[in-house]
Every structure is written in structure tokens, then in C-alpha cells.
Design a protein around this ligand. Structure first.
Ligand SMILES: *[C@@H]1O[C@H](CO)[C@@H](O)[C@H](O)[C@H]1NC(C)=O
Ligand SMILES: *[C@@H]1O[C@H](CO)[C@@H](O)[C@H](O)[C@H]1NC(C)=O
Ligand SMILES: *[C@@H]1O[C@H](CO)[C@@H](O)[C@H](O)[C@H]1NC(C)=O
Ligand SMILES: *[C@@H]1O[C@H](CO)[C@@H](O)[C@H](O)[C@H]1NC(C)=O
Ligand SMILES: *[C@@H]1O[C@H](CO)[C@@H](O)[C@H](O)[C@H]1NC(C)=O
Ligand SMILES: *[C@@H]1O[C@H](CO)[C@@H](O)[C@H](O)[C@H]1NC(C)=O
Ligand SMILES: *[C@@H]1O[C@H](CO)[C@@H](O)[C@H](O)[C@H]1NC(C)=O
Ligand SMILES: *[C@@H]1O[C@H](CO)[C@@H](O)[C@H](O)[C@H]1NC(C)=O
Ligand SMILES: CC(=O)N[C@H]1CO[C@H](CO)[C@@H](O)[C@@H]1O
Length: 560
């Protein structure tokens, strides 16, 4: 027996002095080294530096790892460091700040670590992130689900002229902006930065901790413009493309665990790892009762006119919501799409009561402008909540014309959904004429910004006895400073879209091309104003602001 005990004691000694396996090593009161045989990082009062992996320092002269909120105004300062949990499988090391606990979960064979944050005292905030600022000679390129390539260099930025927030124009007229490295976070399977020999990635399978809905976008990676660092961002609560997103979080809200993963820089390996992680979610090793307590929600949605809610966007969010689905962010959020028959299913939903919403995502229900809301959807641990057949009441009006699909996106219009590029809206014309129900939607541009008039011509061959109508305007996004007036047949003002009366989001001027914050308006048109034959609706921009304006989703005219 003595023999075995001394072996164990010797093993423990080796673990401390030579750092075999997952370890926490204290250098002094404010400096600790964590890692395993494959990697280690030295974490100071705020920053993690000296990130060694395969004998190479991946942080070098860059700032390193930290956690911060509200536009980098506040970096979390670690008050204490401790081993939170040690099992046969892993070591969970916790760094505690006034705002909460940041955990690193280290497995022996894993290059990288799982990370999670438990809120204890975060203020009301919009932006909350963890990040790596890494060595810019090791990492050269960025990768999101929609963009892969070299980051702009520090020299290119310094040699260009700043035109707005993190945006520069180069001598050849092309732009550099960090916002080109934006993606829809719920579509992301893995993203990060890489070079010829090393890659650093974030793989967040769960995503229910993020704020917002299907169209939640975030900045993923970029070049730090004042230092040249390569930045790998983890915006776990963000505001970059939203009108508002200020939230007060319950104590105990947990973000993560997500995986921060190191490799040799190959994308196939990172992609394979992401697929493997998806099979493991929710992580069985994460011993947290609320995290493990999950159920299933399913149902079948049919429109009140009998059509199945084919492909509808379905969202499980705040119960009795007082914010838009994109703005919600206090708790946990789930997104999916209905199938061809209107069936939907959410798996692995945390136990709670939710508000379920559904809206058109185009296709065969592209004309439906109403939003389904069902409150008090209760999810219980290990149970299936079956909502059965749900009837979604449509607006039930007779259509005169529709331009674009109702899907909260600019897709189908010129530049709609194009690769990120700053100032694309400046290529849309000042004046434009579109023939409803005839023209290809590509003749309409995704955004209206310049002073001028965009006209829709539409024919009415037989006037009904009552020509009262409703003009519905759905905007995929809006950046303030641009106002317009809407006229019928040149003479009758039927409404206006006025800056300051519409909540603004930065999407259009931050190289967004698909969506920002969704807005929906209905304008009544009294009877007796249409003529038999050709009529017209004009959108006349009366006030403009460069690169700002309206990003279109759909325009629908219907008899009331
Ligand atoms: C961290 O890794 C480096 C490089 O492999 C190594 O020299 C160093 O001893 C490691 N630190 C600890 C505490 O294990
Ligand atoms: C890396 O950062 C340094 C400053 O720390 C800068 O001089 C250099 O140009 C940067 N490299 C790139 C490729 O941006
Ligand atoms: C810097 O800008 C000048 C023109 O203003 C251009 O000729 C030169 O190639 C640029 N240099 C770099 C490194 O981009
Ligand atoms: C588990 O989650 C609950 C509620 O989200 C939280 O209060 C608690 O601190 C968490 N425990 C751990 C170990 O993270
Ligand atoms: C919605 O309600 C929550 C909780 O009552 C509150 O904190 C939040 O400010 C409200 N949001 C809006 C936009 O009123
Ligand atoms: C747009 O049309 C108006 C009215 O016809 C005209 O005054 C203006 O010059 C046009 N703008 C452009 C850029 O063509
Ligand atoms: C025409 O329809 C509108 C909307 O349904 C209604 O408010 C209005 O009273 C009707 N007018 C006449 C003359 O029937
Ligand atoms: C916009 O229309 C509303 C009513 O429809 C009106 O009260 C407001 O004065 C208008 N604003 C502008 C700038 O035309
Ligand atoms: C009420 C109204 O303004 N009607 C006009 C609609 O547009 C046509 C064509 O320009 C005119 O002929 C109508 O007078």
C-alpha cells in the first residue's frame, strides 16, 4: 500500500513542477499559468499573454486574451483564481471578477479549452465579449462562414484615409472596413484566424446564450486599426447591427461553454472539429443543473387561409415580449425554420416559459405580413411540449402588387445579399422606375439613400366599388438621416418615413447588404384615389445622409 501512495504523491509532484496534464500554476498573486502538455497561457490581472502552442508564442507583442463590455470601456479585472473543479476528465479553472466568473475547462488532449462565463454582477449593457488579440506574423487570414481571406494589413490602413467609424478609403477608391468580417452568428459553425502553421478558432454549438434571432449579426474577426493586432472576437452579447440591445441579466446567466480551439491552421480540421462538437451538445461534462435541464418543443403551423406555414422562421424567446425578437437578450433564445408542411421542432431547450413567434421567410408565404405570437410555451426537463396544430392569422387582404418577398431581408433586389462591401448603397440610383408585377426585382435596388424619387407603376384594370387600400412597407434595415415622403399618383401624400421616428441601426453604413433591424409600417389609402389604368406610388427622399437610408425588404399594396 505504501508503494502506491508514494507513486501518487510523486505523480502529483510531477504535475506541479513539470506541468503534465491540465494544470494551474501560480507565479505570484496576479500571475497564473494554465494549460496542458499541448499549450499554456500566462494570465495576469486582466490579460492572458505568452500563449505557447507547439513551442511558439501565439500572442507575441499583441494584447492577448481578455473579457470586456461596453465598447471596450471596461475590461474585467481578475480578483481571484482557483481550481473550481477537478475530475478524471478535466480541470475547470475559474477567474473571478466583480462582474462574474470566467472559466477555462482544460482537457488533457485538447489544444485549446472550453470557456464559459457565469454572471454575478454585470451592469446593464449592450456589448459583452471575450477575445484574443494575437500575433500578426503568425495569423494572417480570417474565416467566417461567408468570408475567407487575408485581413487588411496595418500598413494598408495607415496608408488610407479614414471616412467613418473603422472605415478607410484607399488611393484606388476601394474601402477597408472591419465590418466586412461580419456574419450571421446563428449560421456560424466555426470561425477564427489562421496562418500557414497555426489556427485559433471559436466553435459555439449551443448559441442559445446569444442575443437576437435568426438575423443576429456580429463582427467575428478583424485587424486592430491602432496596433495591428489580429483580433478573434467572441461577441457573446452584441449591438453592432441593431437598433437597440441593452439588457439587464439575471444573476446566474451562463454564456457557453463554447470551444476555443487551436490547430495547425487547416480549415478542414476546424470544420471537422465543429461537426464533432455538434454531436456532443449539450456537453454532458458540464455539471450545471440549469444547463442540463432541457426539453423539446414542437408544433405545426397553418395559415388561416389553409396554406401550410412553409419555411417560416420560428423563434422561441421572451415570454410576453416587450422587445423585438432581434433586441431580446436577457435569457436564452432558439431559432429554427418550419418544414414544407409547417412542422417545426426545437430540441435541447432550457427549462422555462417562452413566447413563440413565427414570420414569413419568403417562398410560398412571401406575402404574409402578420407575425404569429404564442405566449406561455412551457418547457419542462426531459419532456416534449407538443403545441399541435397552430393557426396563424394572415392579414387576409386582396393583393394589388408585391415587390420583394417578406423575409426581413433585402434578397432579390440589386446588391441584396451581396458580399460585404462598404458604400454599396451609393451605387443605387437617385431616381428609379419599376413596373409592378412585370419587372424583375433586380431592377429595384436594395437600399435608397440619395435625394430623388423611386416610382412603382401599377395597373388597375377593373376598379372595385371600394378602393380603400393599405400600403405595407417592410424594411430589412434602416440607418438614420434619410427621410422620404410617399405619394400616390404624384398628388396625394399617403405617408412618410421620417428620420428620428424610426429606430436606427448601423447595418447599411457598416457594409451590411442583407439585413439590419426589421421595421414594418402600414399606410391607409382612402377609397376613390385609384384610376382605371396606370397608377403610381413614389418614394421621394427629402433628406439624405451619405451611406445611410432604407434597406428594402418588401412593399405590398392591398385592398383594405
Ligand atoms: C508553457 O509552454 C512552453 C513552451 O512549450 C514551455 O517552455 C513552458 O515550460 C510551459 N509552461 C508551463 C508552466 O508548463
Ligand atoms: C503587425 O503589427 C505591427 C505593430 O505592432 C505593425 O507594425 C505591422 O505592420 C503589423 N503587421 C500587419 C501585417 O499588419
Ligand atoms: C500608399 O498610398 C499610395 C498612394 O497614396 C500608393 O501609391 C502606395 O502604393 C500605397 N502603399 C501601400 C503600401 O499601400
Ligand atoms: C449553473 O447555472 C446556474 C443558473 O444559470 C447558476 O446560478 C450557477 O452559478 C451555475 N453553476 C455553475 C457551476 O456554473
Ligand atoms: C422590457 O421589460 C424588461 C423587464 O421588465 C425591462 O428590463 C426592459 O427594459 C423592457 N424593455 C423595454 C424596451 O421596455
Ligand atoms: C432625379 O430626378 C429629379 C427630378 O426629375 C432630378 O431633378 C434629378 O436631377 C435626378 N437626379 C439624378 C441624380 O439624376
Ligand atoms: C371601404 O372599406 C374600408 C375598409 O374596409 C371601410 O372602412 C370603408 O367604410 C369602406 N367604404 C365604403 C364606402 O364602403
Ligand atoms: C409624416 O406623417 C405624419 C402623419 O402621417 C405627420 O404627422 C408628420 O408631420 C409627417 N412628417 C413629415 C416630416 O412629413
Ligand atoms: C387622384 C389622383 O391623383 N389620380 C391621378 C392618378 O394618376 C393618374 C395618372 O397620372 C391621373 O390621371 C389621376 O388623376
Amino acid at each position: 500500500m505504501r508503494f502506491y501512495i508514494s507513486i501518487t504523491a510523486l505523480a502529483a509532484f510531477i504535475q506541479c513542477s513539470h506541468a503534465k496534464g491540465p494544470f494551474l500554476q501560480t507565479i505570484d498573486a496576479t500571475r497564473h499559468v494554465i494549460g496542458n502538455n499541448l499549450w499554456n497561457v500566462t494570465i495576469g490581472p486582466i490579460y492572458g499573454t505568452k500563449l505557447f502552442y507547439r513551442d511558439h508564442d501565439l500572442v507575441g507583442g499583441a494584447v492577448g486574451h481578455y473579457v470586456s463590455y461596453n465598447g471596450a470601456a471596461s475590461n474585467l479585472a481578475w480578483n481571484s483564481v482557483a481550481i473550481y473543479k477537478k475530475t478524471d476528465q478535466f480541470l475547470d479553472v475559474v477567474f473571478t471578477a466583480n462582474e462574474g466568473e470566467f472559466h477555462w475547462v482544460i482537457f488533457p488532449e485538447l489544444a485549446g479549452a472550453y470557456q464559459y462565463f457565469v454572471n454575478t454582477g454585470l451592469p446593464v449593457l449592450g456589448e459583452f465579449r471575450t477575445l484574443w488579440r494575437l500575433d500578426n506574423t503568425t495569423f494572417l487570414s480570417g474565416k467566417t462562414n461567408i468570408k475567407d481571406g487575408p485581413l487588411p494589413t496595418f500598413t494598408q490602413i495607415q496608408n488610407a484615409t479614414k471616412v467613418q467609424d473603422e472605415t478607410w478609403v484607399q488611393a484606388d477608391g476601394t474601402y477597408i472596413t472591419k465590418y466586412d468580417w461580419t456574419d450571421f452568428i446563428r449560421n456560424s459553425d466555426y470561425y477564427g484566424v489562421y496562418g500557414p502553421s497555426f489556427g485559433s478558432w471559436y466553435i459555439d454549438v449551443g448559441k442559445d446564450d446569444y442575443n437576437g434571432d435568426h438575423l443576429k449579426q456580429e463582427l467575428m474577426v478583424h485587424r486592430e486599426s491602432s496596433t495591428g493586432d489580429v483580433v478573434q472576437l467572441n461577441m457573446i452579447h452584441g449591438t453592432h447591427f441593431q437598433a437597440s440591445s441593452s439588457d439587464a441579466f439575471p444573476v446566474g446567466k451562463v454564456w457557453g461553454p463554447w470551444l476555443w480551439y487551436l490547430n495547425d491552421g487547416t480549415l478542414v480540421d476546424a470544420s471537422r472539429r465543429a461537426k464533432d462538437e455538434a454531436q456532443l451538445y449539450p456537453y454532458s461534462w458540464f455539471d450545471n443543473e440549469s444547463y442540463q435541464s432541457r426539453g423539446v418543443v414542437s408544433g405545426k403551423i397553418k395559415l388561416s387561409d389553409g396554406r401550410p406555414a412553409k419555411g417560416a422562421a420560428v423563434f422561441l424567446g421572451d415570454n410576453h415580449p416587450n422587445e423585438t425578437s432581434l433586441d431580446q437578450g436577457r435569457y436564452y433564445y432558439y431559432t429554427t425554420y418550419a418544414d414544407d408542411n409547417g412542422n417545426f421542432k426545437f430540441s435541447n431547450v432550457r427549462t422555462a416559459s417562452y413566447g413563440l413567434q413565427a414570420w414569413s421567410n419568403g417562398g410560398s408565404i412571401r406575402d404574409v405580413s402578420t407575425v404569429l405570437l404564442i405566449n406561455d410555451v412551457t418547457v419542462s426537463k426531459g419532456k416534449k411540449t407538443t403545441l399541435g396544430d397552430i393557426v396563424w392569422k394572415t392579414q387576409g387582404r386582396k393583393q394589388i402588387f408585391q415587390l420583394g418577398d417578406l423575409d426581413r431581408k433585402s434578397l432579390g433586389f440589386k446588391y441584396g445579399g451581396a458580399p460585404h462591401e462598404h458604400a454599396l448603397v451609393a451605387k443605387c440610383p437617385a431616381n428609379l422606375t419599376y413596373v409592378a408585377n412585370h419587372g424583375n426585382t433586380i431592377e429595384w435596388c436594395f437600399g435608397q439613400s440619395a435625394l430623388g424619387t423611386w416610382t412603382i407603376l401599377f395597373d388597375i384594370n377593373a376598379l372595385p366599388t371600394n378602393t380603400s387600400a393599405v400600403l405595407s412597407i417592410s424594411l430589412a434595415g434602416y440607418s438614420s438621416g434619410v427621410s422620404s415622403s410617399i405619394f400616390l399618383n404624384k398628388s396625394t401624400l399617403i405617408g412618410n418615413l421620417t428620420s428620428a421616428s424610426i429606430a436606427t441601426d448601423p447595418c447599411l453604413y457598416r457594409s451590411g447588404t442583407t439585413a439590419g433591424e426589421w421595421h414594418y409600417f402600414e399606410f391607409s389609402i382612402p377609397g376613390g384615389l385609384f384610376v382605371k389604368g396606370t397608377n403610381m406610388i413614389d418614394f421621394t427622399v427629402t433628406r439624405s445622409s451619405q451611406w445611410h437610408g432604407f434597406m428594402w425588404d418588401s412593399i405590398i399594396l392591398e385592398y383594405a
